[in-house]
Design a protein around this ligand. Structure first.
Ligand code: APR
Ligand code: PHB
Length: 395
């Protein structure tokens, strides 16, 4: 059995784990990242693609924003589509800020490249990860590496960045965590298609047939989503049905049909809200999806993951430089303020835009009234806009 040491053992090479390793490197803290999947898998996993303003700033300010600035699509607003018309929310005018459309897997590629270029260690394809001794100041992670060798990594701190289905959160005694959750009675069927986006900005459509979302990845690639039943299977959705339903839900008066093209990726994602408190137990710190999930309406998932590790990196820098634990002790509370703001915003956007099965006419009228209010009142639009572009860290 091979034994090695580092300062921070990071489980998971998603945006949370990779951004943490990168930020720690910049303040001279050593880490090793352990990832169950292959590098190819994590670099090609299609997820959301909207970076809020503070995320873009952080990536650019820490030297991993070069390709993002070159290839990312900067948007000054979004469109809410209802009553067969577009209602633009002008982020730039309302907040002075915007968002950048850039796929999560592109952020992951950039972070992996930066980490490896800096000589960092990311072990892909590890198996049977076990986190131990988190109640002591010498926690360790046992695992089987990609060559099948048994290894143990000792660290001062373990960062659980292994997503919602990871192994870190379950190592915390159940009584030590409080869980808050909500399942929604619908899911999203998402596709990536080789077709030019038909609209210039991210478009959220509400209507009688259910919710649809039109986004993009580049001038040649469209990302589209349809609200479907939570237990829906992909087999029920041949290409023709997907395009027909997207066209029906995204129709506007005087508008033209979507540009259709080969569908290169498709998947169904559950819609869920989930938070555990606190985001820490002993020397194990949870970050990103390991600690919280938001429904995808509003695209907060990756942004929250990056915000968590910005707070964690600062706390760890102080801890390793001075031995002080005050920022580590404040980690969970500091993160949870932002987490709950995003939980509320994502729940609110989800509730306003989707068609709940069995929704009665009263609820439908309330949704429409809320949409019209947001689209017409600068005060209401500003509230949506400042949440969407991302509130400043620490607010
Ligand atoms: N051992 C090692 N790695 C693991 C284990 C394990 N037992 N379990 C899961 N992982 C890895 C997953 O393979 C994945 O690469 O942890 C990583 C977690 O990454 P993400 O799921 O991307 O989570 P996070 O980094 O918190 O990023 C949040 O991702 O899920 C999306 O929409 C969400 O955008 C949000 C973002
Ligand atoms: C995406 O482009 O994938 C996207 C955009 C907005 C969302 C969710 C996902 O709210």
């Amino acid at each position: 059995m091979e034994l090695s040491r580092t300062q921070v053992a990071i489980v998971g090479a998603g945006p949370a784990g990779l951004a943490l390793a990168h930020l720690l490197d910049r303040c001279g803290v050593d880490s090793v990242v352990l990832e169950a999947r292959s590098r190819h898998h994590v670099e090609h996993r299609v997820r959301a693609g909207v970076l809020e303003h503070p995320t873009v700033r952080l990536l650019c300010d820490t030297g991993v924003g070069e390709r993002l600035q070159r290839e990312g699509l900067e948007h000054g607003g979004i469109s809410l589509r209802f009553d067969r018309a577009d209602h633009r929310i002008d982020f730039a005018a309302l907040t002075g800020k915007g968002i950048t459309v850039y796929g999560q897997q592109e952020v992951v590629k950039d972070l992996i490249a930066a980490r490896l270029a800096a000589g960092g260690e990311i072990l892909f394809g590890v198996d049977d990860v076990r986190v131990r001794e988190i109640d002591t100041d010498a926690p360790e992670v046992a695992f089987t590496d990609g060559d099948g060798a048994e290894r143990v990594l000792r660290a001062a701190v373990v960062a659980g960045c292994d997503g919602f289905h990871g192994v870190c959160r379950p190592t915390i005694p159940p009584g030590a965590l409080r869980v808050f959750e909500r399942d929604y009675p619908f899911a999203w069927l998402g596709i990536l298609a080789k077709a030019a986006p038909a609209q210039e900005e991210v478009t959220y459509a509400h209507g009688d047939r259910g919710f649809a979302l039109a986004s993009m990845r580049s001038p040649e690639v469209t990302r589209l989503y349809l609200q479907v039943d939570p237990d829906e299977s992909l087999e029920a959705w041949p290409d023709d049905r997907i395009w027909e339903e997207l066209n029906a839900r995204l129709a506007v008066d005087g508008g033209s049909a979507l540009n259709e093209g080969p569908i290169v990726e498709r998947g169904i994602t559950a819609m869920r809200s989930f938070v555990v408190e606190p985001m820490r137990h002993g020397r194990l710190f949870l970050a990103g999806d390991a600690a919280h999930i938001v429904p995808a309406t509003g695209a907060k998932g990756m942004n929250l993951a990056v915000a968590d590790v910005a707070v964690l990196a600062e706390a760890l820098e102080r801890f390793f430089a001075t031995g002080r634990t005050d920022l580590l002790d404040a980690y969970s509370d500091r993160c949870l303020r932002r987490v709950w703001r995003a939980e509320h915003f994502s729940w609110w956007m989800t509730s306003m835009l989707h068609l709940a099965p069995g929704a009665d006419p009263f609820e439908r009228r309330l949704q429409l009234s809320q949409l019209r209010y947001v689209a017409s009142s600068p005060a209401a639009a500003t509230s949506l806009a400042e949440n969407y572009v991302g509130l400043p860290y620490g607010s």
